[in-house]
Design a protein around this ligand. Structure first.
Ligand SMILES: *Cc1c(COP(=O)(O)O)cnc(C)c1O
Length: 361
């Protein structure tokens, strides 16, 4: 028996399961399992990556100055309060490493994003799961769960995989009610899909206990390059910069993200198309007896009668070359999360669910 063991908590982590991308024997499978943008990144981002190939022998900048300036300009923010990471996942992990640890608690919600629990356990902290109200963040339940040991409260708004979100006044009420030792982390991975919402940026600026995280993996179509960022009070930025790797982001990733964030027209186009197709798909599924909550993201959480029906539908969709996401690991065994693809993909999903439900009756 080896005496070499990892820190407490680490072996409690169930390894993260990514969305599947292949179906055996199917060549034209459509991947709708990871909430990727079906239209990909803006062309300017691809061009920036090609140009960056000429300087691959050089280390990238450590301060991400150009990218932070571009983000600040695009969103009207203070560049000094932005920190960039290897996906927003890295920012979430750094927050756990910096503020949580043995003897402390990290709050996440019943159907919250998997990384919150993983980050808490990796830091040796105790994850605390709080109930939601009809698959929606419940501010009162979170406030009731806070203790002297609470250090971090994670909510995604809109949340993945539920697609639901809470109003800015509710977010503010949550920030107001937290104990003085706790930091509220607003994960805005899908906020660009919500027109006119700042993701909590103004709240970050008005307080000392709120952090917002954002990503280039979703609407910007750059999941393969791994770039995310956080907007936080100066004291938090200072802490995160002490522990992040000095060269955490590669030069091609920095260049692509900078080009992408300057392309506001791309974001608008992708958001409008998502809004249109999401409404169409939700209505088509409802017409086949498969309801969903109004989604604010680029995916729909389709609800079935029970786990058996959800899994049977998943198998049928797979046989039709359509890869969606099972969400039993999110305490939603009777649901499937379906990314809003392009128009052809949405029509294929609606048709296949219709065939499945027709056959079921
Ligand atoms: C996809 C997603 C992220 C983004 O992760 P990256 O590391 O930036 O790719 C963060 N939070 C939620 C809720 C997500 O669904």
């Amino acid at each position: 028996m080896t005496q070499i063991t990892p820190q407490p908590g680490i072996l409690q982590i169930a390894p993260y399961q990514g969305g599947a991308s292949h179906v055996a024997g199917v060549s034209d499978a459509v991947k709708l399992s990871s909430n990727e943008n079906p239209f990909g990144p803006p062309e300017a981002a691809c061009e920036a990556v090609r140009r960056s190939a000429h300087g691959l022998h050089r280390y990238p900048p450590t301060d991400h100055g150009a990218l932070r300036a571009a983000i600040a300009e695009a969103h009207g923010l203070d560049p000094a309060r932005i920190v960039c990471g290897v996906g927003s996942d890295e920012i979430l992990h750094l927050l756990c490493q910096a503020y949580a640890g043995p003897g402390t608690e990290v709050i996440h919600t019943e159907h919250g994003f998997a990384i919150y629990r993983i980050g808490a356990l990796a830091a040796g902290a105790t994850p605390v799961e709080v109930p939601e109200a009809s698959r929606t963040t419940d501010v009162d339940a979170i406030l009731a769960a806070c203790t002297e040991a609470t250090r971090l409260v994670f909510i995604a708004n809109p949340n993945n995989p539920t697609g639901t979100m809470i109003a800015p006044e509710e977010v503010r009420r949550l920030a107001d009610g937290l104990p003085g030792t706790a930091l509220l982390v607003l994960d805005g991975a899908y906020i660009e899909y919500v027109e006119g919402d700042d993701g909590g940026a103004a709240l970050v600026e008005a307080r000392d206990n709120v952090v917002m995280t954002r990503t280039f993996s979703k609407i910007y179509g750059l999941g393969g390059l791994r770039v995310g960022w956080g907007y936080a009070p100066a004291h938090v930025i200072d802490v995160l910069n002490r522990i992040r790797g000095p060269f955490n982001l590669s030069a091609p990733a920095l260049a692509a993200a900078e080009a992408a964030v300057r392309d506001a027209a791309w974001v608008t186009r992708c958001r409008d198309e998502n809004t249109r197709l999401r409404a169409w798909l939700a209505e088509a599924l409802a017409g086949h007896g498969v309801p969903s909550d109004p989604s604010h993201g680029n995916f729909i959480l389709a609800r079935f009668a029970d786990r058996a029906e959800a899994e049977a539908c998943d198998e049928y969709l797979k046989s039709q070359g359509l890869i969606v996401r099972r969400v039993g690991g999110y305490n939603l065994p009777d649901c499937l999360r379906i990314t809003v693809g392009d128009e052809a993909a949405c029509r294929r999903v609606a048709h296949a669910v219709g065939q499945f439900r027709g056959g079921a009756r």
